[in-house]
Write a protein that binds this ligand. Structure first.
Ligand code: SF4
Length: 618
């Protein structure tokens, strides 16, 4: 279809549709997020890509799921409904790591929560009841990462694939532009969605008999839902098997049988080329929330003037599902395209000269590559700075940042996304010098997560020696430039493989290196990560070795130890120190983590950490 002229915002009402001469939409996208026309919001990006391909796309953002009106307001689409919970899994969004319901939602106007739990299923149920004949396609993080049977922390149970639970026809997993364009074209040509079984980047379901009759050539059959929900070893096996197939070049079709259906994941979609990525990010986004909102959408503020430079991450951190979503292969935009985008930003009336972030999932992976990726990344080892095939030269980033700094109207370009410090150490360009001199404002975020070797090994993070070598280089560079800047380390408690003794070792390191911070993360078993498979099974799914899993009170103790200065944690920290035979850390000595007695109640501050120094960075 010929490209369509893009509107200011995609239509969200009948009135807006009529203004554009649309009687019936080709596609209607429903999202759990507010409609924010910015490329970091999936619905806006997909909507504009489909619109450019010549299709009319309507947006229903944050429908009120207890009534029908919102779901009916744009009528019946000609081709399909696309349903997503939004940028985040709705259960992660709605609950804390302690399973307490959150009172706010940064993806909603005014930060007021207005999405249901398990939003993808809830929206699909509603749409199917109203439009039973219209194809339903699920997408976004929630559907993508729940595409196989999976452990669900919020119900403490193994759930079926979301496609078995929802009355939908298909999941588009990972980054959806290519499969959605292919699917739309096939539906537009009259093909039934039931016959689109072979599209890379999609998951479909079918009856057992039909699956057997199709006879896929190259397929991997996982342990079934029945097996993995009753046997933890089978669960770990299934996880490792599908993890190794998430490659767009050598991945096989992966099958998992469920009680009423067979789930079929086709191989991931091929990464976008540089030209395709440039095109996607240069569509005419307004970078604003829809004008109908009376209050701002908090999630827009930190990214409004930020630029995505690449996709994919080969870090393979165990607790991150990015490998299962964007994949390991880094896909970078051209410098010219990024520069054009920044020039457009400088023309926005609200731009004050600050580019908030230039990056991707890991900022300093821009432009890095391995020749093997285009034949398929190694399935028997993880990509790392130590691999001789990985090109770790940061020169392209150095050049890009230099050119961005020179754009008229740009006063400052920040690198706000986290960086992989092990990659910086492997680099010989002036990246760190430039970063310290121009692109951080006092604090640089890095994510060592822990300092005990067996824990960092479980997390697939670089060991302590790498952190210390990076810190030494960071200090030398800052001294040379007469800058007073600090590292802000992200740290995690309660990860599988971590014991109370390990947390005490981390707390002592924090104490000795002035790294104390209240901004710590308590491990949450989110869908489809290696760490979640460890949490549920007690096994490392890659090696199948048993692993210690902190749960319940032990997990709370671990978190408390990481925030040992918070006086509200006194009891739990003391309990942990006693459990680990480390009562030497209780008292008034210099190395003690907590005093012999809790502070008297009246003096206990409600502000975490108040009353003792709050080092934050080192
Ligand atoms: S050769 Fe090294 S960098 Fe390349 S895919 Fe294999 S492990 Fe990754």
């Amino acid at each position: 279809m010929p490209a369509k002229k893009q509107p200011g915002f995609l239509p969200t009402s009948r009135q807006e549709a009529e203004g554009l001469g649309i009687d019936q939409f080709d596609i209607i996208l429903i999202s759990g997020d507010a409609y924010v026309d910015h490329p970091s919001f999936g619905t806006a990006l997909i909507g504009r890509v489909l619109w450019d391909a010549g299709y009319s796309v309507g947006i229903i953002a944050q429908p009120y799921w207890k009534k029908e009106d919102d779901f009916k307001k744009l009528g019946q689409p000609r081709l399909f409904f696309g349903i997503s919970s939004g940028n985040v899994d709705s259960m992660v969004n709605n609950f804390t790591a302690n399973l307490k319901r959150r009172s706010n939602d940064v993806y909603s106007p005014g930060g007021v929560s207005c999405r249901s739990d398990r939003a993808t299923i809830v929206y699909a149920d509603k749409v199917h009841a109203l439009f039973p004949k219209v194809p339903l396609v699920l997408g976004g993080i929630e559907a993508s990462l729940r595409r196989f049977a999976h452990y669900d922390y919020w119900s403490d149970s193994v759930r079926q694939s979301i496609l078995a639970d929802a009355p939908a026809d298909m999941i588009v997993f990972g980054m959806g532009e290519r499969p959605l364009l292919d699917l739309t074209e096939r539906l537009d040509k009259g093909e039934s969605i039931q016959d689109v079984n072979d599209l890379a980047g999609t998951v479909v379901k079918m009856e057992l008999r039909k699956w057997r009759s199709i006879g896929y050539d190259d397929q991997l059959v996982l342990p079934s839902f029945a097996e993995i929900s009753t046997d933890k070893r089978s669960y770990a096996d299934a996880f490792r098997l599908h993890y190794q197939e998430q490659d767009p070049f050598h991945g096989r079709t992966v099958i998992q049988t469920h009680p009423k259906t067979v789930i079929i994941q086709n191989r991931p979609s091929k990464p976008l080329t540089t030209e395709e990525l440039d095109f996607v990010y240069e569509l005419p986004y307004t970078r604003e929330a829809h004008p109908s909102y009376k209050e701002s959408v908090p999630a827009l503020e930190p990214v409004k003037f930020s630029v995505t430079t690449h996709r994919g991450c080969f870090g393979s951190c165990s607790f991150c599902a990015l490998t299962h979503h964007q994949g390991r292969i880094v896909q970078s935009r051209s410098a010219e395209s990024i520069i054009r985008e920044v020039i457009r930003i400088t023309r926005m009336p609200s731009f004050k000269g600050i580019i908030q972030d230039v990056g991707g999932p890991t900022a300093n992976m821009y432009g890095l590559y391995c020749a093997a990726w285009m034949k398929g990344a190694c399935s028997d080892k993880l990509c790392s700075a130590d691999c001789p095939s990985l090109k770790t030269d940061h020169s392209l980033q150095v050049e890009l940042l230099k050119r961005l700094r020179a754009i008229p109207g740009v006063r400052k370009v920040f690198v706000g996304s986290g960086i992989r410090h092990d990659l910086v150490l492997a680099d010989r360009s002036s990246y760190l010098e430039d970063l310290c001199q121009y692109h951080v404002s006092g604090h640089l975020k890095i994510a060592p997560e822990h300092v005990v070797r067996k824990v960092t090994d479980c997390m697939h993070k670089p060991p302590l020696e790498v952190l210390e070598a990076f810190k030494a280089r960071f200090d030398v560079v800052n001294k040379a430039h007469q800058k007073e800047q600090y590292l802000v380390p992200y740290l995690m408690s309660g990860h599988p493989g971590c014991t109370v003794k390990d947390m005490i070792e981390l707390a002592e390191y924090i104490r000795d290196h002035r790294m104390y911070t209240e901004q710590v993360q308590d491990f949450t078993p989110t869908p489809m990560t290696i760490s979640t498979a460890m949490y549920y099974t007690g096994l490392d799914p890659i090696t199948m070795n048993p692993i210690h899993v902190p749960k319940g009170r032990e997990k709370r103790i671990q978190r408390a130890i990481l925030q040992y200065k918070d006086q509200r944690n006194y009891g739990l920290v003391k309990e942990g120190l006693k459990l680990a035979d480390r009562e030497d850390l209780i008292g008034d000595c210099q190395k003690c983590l907590i005093p012999g007695k809790p502070a008297i109640r009246e003096k206990i501050s409600k502000t975490p950490g108040k009353g003792r120094s709050n080092d934050r960075s080192f």
